[in-house]
Design a protein around this ligand. Sequence first.
Ligand SMILES: Cc1cc2nc3c(=O)[nH]c(=O)nc-3n(C[C@H](O)[C@H](O)[C@H](O)COP(=O)(O)OP(=O)(O)OC[C@H]3O[C@@H](n4cnc5c(N)ncnc54)[C@H](O)[C@@H]3O)c2cc1C
Length: 462
Amino acid sequence: MKNYAGYSFWLEHAQDDLTPRPPLDGSVHVDVAILGAGFSGLWTAYYLSQVDPSLRIAIVEAEIAGFGASGRNGGWCVAGFPCPTERLINTYGVDAARAVYQQMYTSVDEVGRVSAAEDIPSNFVKPGTFDIARAPHLLAGHQEELDVFKRLGLEDNYRLLNAEELREHIRVHNAVGAIWSKHGASVQPAALARGLARAVERHGVTIYEQTFVRDYELSPKPRLITDRGDVWANVIVLAGEAYLSRLPKLERQIIPTTSHMVITEPLGDEMWERIGWQDRGVVTGGGTRGGYLNKTIDGRIAFGAYRSVYPYGSKITDELDRQEAIFQHSRESAYDWFPLLRLKGVRFTHAWGGVLGVPRDRMPRMAYNPGAGLATARGYTGEGVATSNLSGRILADLITGKSSELTELPMTRHQSPDWEPEPIRWAGATFVRKSLQRIERQAEETGRYPDKPPLAQRIWRR
Ligand SMILES: Cc1cc2nc3c(=O)[nH]c(=O)nc-3n(C[C@H](O)[C@H](O)[C@H](O)COP(=O)(O)OP(=O)(O)OC[C@H]3O[C@@H](n4cnc5c(N)ncnc54)[C@H](O)[C@@H]3O)c2cc1C
């Protein structure tokens, strides 16, 4: 058996028995069969069980609940939506974009509410999100962001902070200002996923672990196909995010991209006093040393760098998680943000990675086709902790035939275009990634971003 605790600091500290649940043993019939026991599958099962407790629901998981990105992420439970806000407005209009954001705000709160109601030790706390500029040229992006939210009438949820105001919350080397969002929470992601799995079981859901779904069919009746039997259902839900690229039918619908994190040993009170990060608001910042940060309940700093790898042919392996160059870059970046860490010789105790799913247009899909009995929730591009809760609430309404403001959101109708076949896909993704890094370097040297979008960005958009 795999050492599941070794896949992330969070899984190791989830305070749950990671021994796999029994696998599927022969074919079964249920009302709803869900592929994947990450946040998307678990939230869908959770809300379905709340809306209609009589439903027979089964989740089929290749490894263990929380094995994927849900058990390894940055613990950022925030209202950021994967599709850029401006594009959301231009494509669907101001009202639809506002409705999406209002539901994202609710999703953050739902994670906290359900954690409390179900006794899930997710360490949920919601002091907000601090997006910190560590160079003057990064401040313009904050103003643009605020202007977009003004168009939605949601600006009260955000606040620009100057360097001095920011220092009241956190002291980061070279910080010149920040934008704060009210809807940012910190969670222990693996504890949330594992606790949610136990909660859905209490509500009557069956989870089969160690059972890989190799395909699905919709006719004569929907079913998930595994080597251990089939799960026949009225509705099947595909909730495998990046890993869905392994199913031949979805191979070009989503690609896996990595993200990686390192974490320090617990810092003493004196260091926290000097860093000043007293609550557990989540923190980010751009630039070549940019990253997403979290403070754990036992006083560690988790740092994820904005560096990633796309594997040729979308091939997901355990080796992909271990990118020593990115780990080292993350450690150096953390020292750059907080020079005190280096000064005091603070050690990094863990380093890990995982895959997140990227659709061709960065727009998630949370959809149900009642005629086919097929539902899916996917495509969060690295912003899935709160967004997957929204998926669960939307799919529960769609599948039970309830029309609500959730079922009117644009993700319920959206279908992303296919990714290009290889080798174009790999060459394009690698070219864009390297070009964007070059742009960040140049912006730091010149103090400004180029006026005209560079070639890489224009190609990326197309
Ligand atoms: C390092 C890292 C940091 C991140 N940081 C953040 C963050 O701070 N905030 C944020 O919002 N988002 C973050 N993300 C993204 C976020 O974690 C994901 O968007 C979210 O967890 C997706 O949940 P999911 O359930 O859809 O997918 P997953 O958690 O990946 O779960 C999919 C599950 O399906 C199973 N599965 C897949 N295919 C099959 C199959 N064929 N048969 C059976 N089972 C299958 C997998 O084993 C897996 O358990 C991060 C991701 C990574 C990797």
